[in-house]
Design a protein around this ligand. Structure first.
Ligand SMILES: *Cc1c(COP(=O)(O)O)cnc(C)c1O
Length: 425
């Protein structure tokens, strides 16, 4: 078993004698067979193999296997975006009439997906504070609750989730815990080690790291025993008539059932695939993930400490600061650092924040985050624009919040740029 740094570089792909050193891009929608019988076996999930890239593609599977190794899972799949990964992760085990418990401090896009679009599909959500007591958390469950969802480090509230608290409550109610591990990345936190059952990623962020390809990933720990609750998870524990009566948990075991079902049903029907070209770029990014995360975290720590002492800054949120509410949680779950994003308020509110951002020379104003190049955003007027004031408060996004994503530039250059921009505010 290699350490995480080696897995970042070498995981997922071991070429044989004379084969390409770099992951091959299999730019093909379809795959050739000599008999219809071979093909039929694939369609019945009786044999392993590729037949159409809407369901599976070798390049995508190779990169998914690397992320699976990084997270310590048993199976994984790439999706076209982080949004698709979040949607699939829940829709694979919940349908109209079901209910999900969700931490309120999640990414604005995920909140909209759950609270508006998936509600329209008949799935209900209860949002609970990340700081809730165990009693409050337990009270959120209903007989039809199918999963619990949260983010390791929330974007952009930067609240650290007490993963063990959420895992304990989820398991006590026969539900898996799904964790969006986008901001921490498996380099800084592996949620499965703390009791999470399924991990999702927006690979668009640190895993890619260069702002080159939108993508997502879902990883299964293989540890949640669906067969203990066959009435709760009929899709995994009873025959799928669209595949000649295959029962996923029987045929593919606990390690493979969840991802096989998501591929065979959701990808087949919804087609949210990542392109092989994007998967190739994603893999290039992951090869340096462990090195980049170190610099992202070092820069963020320096920026957070600088801002904390600045007279024009009203507050700073970064769990690496001793004064931070989540400092102890971060020491436990993120001992090597959290992420490169720092959130803070500029005195004078929105107008001052906008003036500050416009004065930056290194960091650009972008919707993007978690990139090698520094960037910043005012979430209340961008990613979180659709949220009401109450929803913003629940998500931990105040109207004056600036989300500053530290890249991997030189630390002193970055701090100096922030200093000059603040002078003009
Ligand atoms: C960006 C983001 C998403 C959505 O991912 P896309 O790749 O943009 O679809 C989900 N969760 C978190 C934490 C994110 O930062």
């Amino acid at each position: 078993m290699y350490n995480i740094e080696t897995k970042c570089v070498q995981g997922g792909y071991t070429p044989g004698n004379g084969e390409p050193r770099q992951v091959p891009i299999i730019q093909s929608t379809t795959f050739k067979y000599t008999s219809s019988e071979d093909m039929a076996k694939l369609f019945d999930l009786e044999a392993n193999g590729y037949f159409y890239s809407r369901l599976q593609n070798p390049t995508c599977d190779t990169v998914a296997a690397k992320i699976c190794e990084l997270e310590g899972g048993t199976a994984a799949m790439l999706t076209s975006s982080g949004q698709a990964a979040s949607f699939f992760s829940i829709f694979n085990i919940a349908q109209a009439g079901d209910h999900i418990v969700c931490c309120s401090s999640i990414y604005g896009g995920t909140f909209n997906l759950f609270n508006v679009t998936m509600r329209r599909m008949g799935i209900d959500f209860s949002f609970v504070s990340p700081y809730c007591t165990e009693e409050e958390l337990n009270a959120a469950f209903r007989p039809n609750t199918k999963a619990v969802f949260g983010e390791t480090v929330a974007n952009p509230a930067l609240i650290v989730l007490d993963i063990e608290k959420f895992a304990k409550a989820a398991h006590a109610h026969g539900c898996p815990l799904i964790i969006d591990n986008t901001f921490a990345t498996p380099v800084n936190c592996r949620p499965f080690e703390w009791g999470a059952d399924i991990v999702t990623h927006s690979t668009t962020k640190y895993l890619d790291g260069h702002g080159s390809a939108v993508g997502g990933c879902i990883v299964d720990s293989g540890r949640f025993d669906w067969t203990k609750y066959p009435d709760k998870f009929p899709g995994l524990c009873t025959p799928d008539e669209s595949y000649h009566g295959v029962t996923y948990t029987e045929r593919f075991g606990l390690g493979g059932a969840y991802i096989t079902k998501a591929t065979a049903q959701l990808m087949r029907d919804l087609g949210s695939v990542q392109s092989p070209q994007s998967a190739y770029l994603l893999n290039l990014g992951i090869e340096s993930l462990h090195l980049r995360m170190q610099r992202h975290c070092k820069n963020a720590q320096a920026v957070a400490e600088y801002l904390e002492g600045h007279e024009k800054i009203s507050w700073v949120k970064y769990c690496g600061l001793k004064s931070d509410r989540d400092y102890e949680l971060a020491k436990k779950y993120l001992p090597n650092g959290s992420c490169g994003v720092v959130s803070f308020g500029v005195k004078g509110g929105r107008a001052a924040a906008e003036k500050f951002m416009a004065g930056l020379k290194i960091a650009a104003i972008e919707t993007h985050v978690a990139d090698a190049r520094s960037c910043c955003l005012h979430p209340a007027s961008a990613t979180h624009r659709q949220l009401s004031d109450d929803e913003l408060t629940a998500a931990g996004v105040t109207p004056d919040l600036v989300r500053f994503s530290c890249g991997i530039e030189d630390t002193q250059d970055l701090v100096a740029d922030i200093a000059q921009a603040l002078k003009n505010v």
